[in-house]
Design a protein around this ligand. Structure first.
Ligand SMILES: Cc1cc2nc3c(=O)[nH]c(=O)nc-3n(C[C@H](O)[C@H](O)[C@H](O)COP(=O)(O)O)c2cc1C
Length: 328
């Protein structure tokens, strides 16, 4: 029998398939369905600081906030309290419904908000771990890559000090030196990195001459960047790894484990195929492991990572140099 259990952030998951944060996990019923489908863990929909800031904008329409700065603070506090109370109920109710499946709460951080105190409230509400969905969109030439990384690190530091929960940091792929950032996040005491988030995308409608939303779901061929970074970082940055984006089947999931992932997060495949997809992927993963002669996820993890193969240069290749890639 194949053993699908995996150790991730000090938790033992029955299998490495984690249902990612999305509308599917935005209610206790959704979290329960994910657990009942057989997921190894469930990440709740994020509480969005951006949403609170947007509410601040709506509530303050017609008020001159420059003249009444205390009004801004009041409206922000009220919006924050309402949204955070609702989120804590989501955590509490979901925890009751998922049984022994680990429940991961998720907060989206864009500035230095009230995260420190909120993280400890999330812990009290019963979450088993916390995901920090950190995404800063640099929009000024005055902002350096170090400025952005410092903001990421100060958020991690702030939250780490306020909770004992295991923390996974979910990042996008736009960083100049991911190994350095990963090692710095690890030194601050975060337990894992989720690579990568797939953000809201823009497109242009030429007929309507306006911006529109691009396809929100990933395709099954969008996993290459994440896979490369799993393989490059495994046991080289002092932090556990969780794969994300473009993982739609057992084949791709197996590739991530071979590259070094302790677990993977899946979202679009579940929107497309429904909850039965969880069982199908896990059944397929079991058969694939049997065929390849792996008795456990632990024995498979990292087998094709840069560290294990010792062929770092192959994982670093970026250019189509004919002598190296065979493609001219
Ligand atoms: C409709 C939708 C809502 C999402 N909401 C969140 C969210 O609240 N927090 C978050 O960290 N990621 C969110 N994501 C990103 C997913 O968790 C996931 O990282 C991304 O879709 C890539 O995985 P996939 O290729 O399996 O879809 C959302 C994705 C979709 C499609």
């Amino acid at each position: 029998m194949v053993d699908l259990r995996t150790h991730y952030m000090g938790l033992v998951l029955d299998n490495p398939l984690i249902v990612a944060s999305s509308g599917l996990t935005g209610s206790p019923e959704g979290a329960e369905k994910a657990a009942a489908a057989g997921a190894g863990a469930v990440v709740l929909k994020s509480l969005f600081e951006e949403q609170i800031l947007a509410e601040l904008g709506k509530e303050s329409e017609g008020i001159d906030l420059d003249a009444y700065p205390e009004a801004e603070a009041f409206i922000y506090r009220t919006a924050w309290e309402e949204d955070s109370d609702a989120y804590l109920s989501l955590v509490r109710d979901s925890k009751q419904r998922v049984g022994r499946t680990p429940l991961i709460a998720s907060i989206n951080c864009v500035g230095s908000g009230n995260w420190a105190s909120f993280a400890s409230q999330i812990e009290q509400a019963g979450a088993d771990a916390l995901e920090l969905n950190i995404a800063y969109m640099p929009n000024s030439p005055a902002l350096s890559s170090k400025d952005i990384e410092d903001r990421v690190l100060s958020t991690v530091k702030e939250v780490r000090h306020s909770t004992k929960l295991p923390i996974e940091v979910k990042l996008g792929s736009y960083y100049s030196s991911l190994p350095h950032l990963a090692a710095s996040i690890s030194k601050l005491g975060a337990n894992a990195l989720v690579l990568f988030n797939r953000f809201y995308r823009l497109d242009i409608d030429i007929d309507a001459m306006k911006l529109v939303r691009a396809q929100p779901m990933s395709g099954g061929d969008e996993y290459y960047d994440s896979l490369r970074w799993m393989a490059l970082l495994f046991q080289r940055a002092g932090i556990e790894l969780c794969g994300a984006t473009g993982i739609h089947d057992a084949q791709t999931m197996a590739k991530f484990i071979l590259a070094g992932a302790s677990a993977v997060q899946i979202c679009s495949a579940l929107y497309k195929g429904g909850w039965k997809t969880v069982g199908k992927i896990l059944d397929d993963l079991r058969s694939l492991m049997e065929t390849q002669g792996f008795s456990s996820v632990d024995s498979m993890r990292g087998r094709l990572s840069a560290k294990s193969t010792g062929r770092l240069e192959e994982y670093m290749r970026l250019q189509y140099i004919k002598a190296l890639t065979g493609i001219s």
